[in-house]
Ligand binder design. Structure first.
Ligand code: SF4
Ligand code: SF4
Length: 357
């Protein structure tokens, strides 16, 4: 007799409504307006007259169990028992009673958490976390976040920037993360080194060849074994070949650097998207505190704070003053490496999914 089929195991996201604060559930889609009563606190008012306060504190993206338990205990004791996390790794507590806000902030502050990150502050850096779950990171993005945010606590806690600042880091040069008002991205500066003994065992060569955006990889026979070769004159050191072919190692303690890009912004109801531009390159990838990268970010933030008009985002500010003035005012050197002189795109950029040999 045929066995009864087992039912599928649902492993997607559970329905979020069951975890929502009852005031949020009741007024879903029915909010009249919101206010910012103080740094780190939001007040949302519904058409029904219901009000809900949100208290936001910065946390790291990957939380250990003990920290999570502590944060949840604070929520049970001082809040209404409802939390959620923002995309920038902030924890948010929801309370329907204004008198709970001050004790909640005190409890968080006493436990060492920083309340802030709303309105015209420097929000928590969003970051990818390659060391824990990915196969291609060139740096520890969360370490960069920790080092920078330690030095930007006042900008996180207060409302002392012209507008909000969203910063991002990424732990490789090609994939997730890395787009914001200020982005700290990995920058490889040398082509990959190929371990020819391993290529034929580990890599699907056509996939690797197809992966290169500038068609710099060719199949080759090395020491009688099928392998690959890289035309180093064409290679733009992007690192895209490393994920499908780990023997094409590109991460390097000395030659994998950090670069800083500014002015990226998503489109919104009023403006078009803006694309970030490179402003500092070749910055040492220098754990555990990344002092050189932090110094550049602080320099950009200080200049923006002093020079931008109220409510100008970084891209608005640069558009008003112009890029030459940006480099003059921040004191960042403008070098030939800032000029995008790539002319080969039309002829050789891999713009289709066809495999070339
Ligand atoms: S940025 Fe790159 S290395 Fe980091 S998690 Fe994303 S894909 Fe992986
Ligand atoms: S994928 Fe990127 S790093 Fe690899 S060979 Fe092509 S350009 Fe160079």
């Amino acid at each position: 007799m045929a066995q009864e089929m087992r039912s599928p195991i649902e492993s997607g996201c559970p329905d979020g409504f069951q975890y929502m604060h009852p005031v949020m559930r009741r007024n879903y889609g029915q909010w009249a307006y919101h206010e910012d009563p103080q740094p780190g606190v939001l007040l949302h008012v519904a058409h029904s007259g219901d009000k809900i306060w949100t208290v936001r504190a910065g946390t790291q993206r990957i939380l250990d169990l003990f920290t999570l338990r502590e944060l949840c205990d604070i929520g049970d004791k001082y809040g209404d028992g409802y939390i959620h996390f923002t995309i920038r790794s902030n924890i948010e507590y929801l309370v329907a009673d204004e008198s709970k806000v001050a004790p909640l902030i005190k409890a968080l502050t006493d436990a060492g958490y920083i309340v802030g990150g709303t309105r015209n502050s420097v929000a928590m850096l969003s970051h990818t976390q390659g060391w824990l779950h990915c196969d291609i990171p060139g740096t520890d993005a969360s370490g960069v976040v920790k080092s920078m945010m330690d030095e930007l606590i006042d900008e996180f806690k207060g409302w002392n920037m012209p507008n909000r600042v969203h910063m991002t880091t990424s732990c490789c040069q090609i994939n997730c993360g890395g787009q914001g008002d200020i982005a700290i991205n990995v920058q490889h500066t040398k082509p990959p080194k190929i371990n020819h003994d391993l290529v034929s065992n580990v890599c699907e060569r056509p996939s690797v060849v197809a992966r290169c955006p500038v068609a710099a990889i060719r199949p080759a026979l090395v020491n009688g074994k099928p392998s690959l070769e890289v035309d180093e004159k064409k290679c733009i050191c992007c690192g895209a070949c490393y994920p499908p072919c780990p023997p094409m190692q590109i991460n390097d303690a000395e030659h994998s650097k950090l670069s800083i890009w500014v002015g990226g912004n998503h489109s919104n109801a009023r403006s078009k998207p803006t694309f970030q531009k490179l402003v500092a390159s070749g910055i040492p990838n220098n754990p555990p505190r990344w002092p050189e990268a932090t110094a550049v970010v602080k320099k950009i933030l200080k200049t923006y704070k002093e020079d931008a008009k109220d409510w100008e985002r970084i891209n608005d500010w640069i558009e008003r003053i112009g890029w030459p003035r940006f480099f003059e005012k921040t004191g960042l050197p403008f070098t030939k490496y800032h000029i995008d002189n790539w002319r080969g795109a039309r002829a050789s950029l891999n713009a289709s999914t066809h495999i070339r040999f």
